[in-house]
Design a binder for this molecule. Structure first.
Ligand SMILES: C[S@@+](CC[C@H](N)C(=O)[O-])C[C@H]1O[C@@H](n2cnc3c(N)ncnc32)[C@H](O)[C@@H]1O
Length: 218
């Protein structure tokens, strides 16, 4: 009997953007607000949480996994003087980010280059992954990269959807994995909470979470 089930195909091309405005509209979709309002209100809120939890300061090297145009990297550098290595799958995001961040303490690369650095011994002091892991069909392997880049016991700050939102030829689909459970398998979870409705729309608060982790000592 023929199997008529149509299987969705992963389409990361959605992250191929034309310019900064287009990038922003993909990075922060309106979700009962607007891209600009989210950019203005959410960014300092998440930066406060990240800088304080990660204990950032000058001389620290931070991984921003799935950094986009460097929305978070820029503010982390401004506030703490840290150095940020951004990693992103999208060549266009990687091209836009240096001009957006506009700071010599920021650099960006693709995953293969970053993995080569890890293989040669690079270990970072802290990491963030903001609104990215829910979009990765092979999220365990992305979590492995973050884990292998972090020093033992180093902190990780995550902001994410509760459920997967994978870009496919059939639209954005939930493939069923829960990022919070996968993170808890690989890291010690220090805290996990909803995003405050003082800074995000109720829809974003209801569907996302903020998690603070430490790399397991192994
Ligand atoms: C919703 S945006 C968030 C960008 C940024 N973290 C922020 O909050 O401003 C998701 C980003 O993750 C990137 N991305 C998606 N899948 C990825 C993967 N497997 N590895 C690295 N980056 C990825 C996209 O290109 C995009 O820039």
């Amino acid at each position: 009997m023929a199997n008529d089930e149509v299987k969705p195909t992963y389409r990361p091309e959605v992250f191929q953007v034309k310019n900064l405005e287009h990038a922003k509209s993909i990075i922060l979709t309106p979700e009962d607000s607007t891209t600009d309002e989210r950019w203005e209100k959410e960014t300092p809120y998440l930066a406060d949480e990240a800088v304080s939890y990660l204990g950032l300061g000058p001389g620290m090297v931070v991984l921003d996994y799935g950094c986009g145009v460097g929305r978070m990297a820029k503010v982390l550098i401004e506030r703490s003087g840290c150095t940020v290595i951004g990693v992103d799958i999208s060549q266009q995001m990687r091209e836009l980010a240096p001009a957006y961040v506009e700071d010599d303490r920021f650099t960006i690369c693709a995953r293969p280059a970053f993995e080569a650095m890890i293989a040669k011994g690079l270990r970072v002091d802290a990491a963030i992954a903001v609104w990215i892991l829910q979009h990765c069909p092979d999220v365990e392997s992305e979590i492995d990269v973050i884990k292998s880049a972090l020093k033992p016991s180093a902190p990780l700050f995550v902001c994410n959807n509760l459920h997967a939102v994978i870009p496919t030829d059939l639209g954005w689909i939930d493939t069923g994995f829960e990022v919070k459970s996968l993170l808890a398998d690989s890291f010690d979870e220090m805290s996990r909470s909803r995003l405050s409705t003082e800074f995000v729309a109720p829809l974003v608060s209801a569907t996302g979470f903020m998690g603070k982790y430490k790399n397991k000592r192994d």
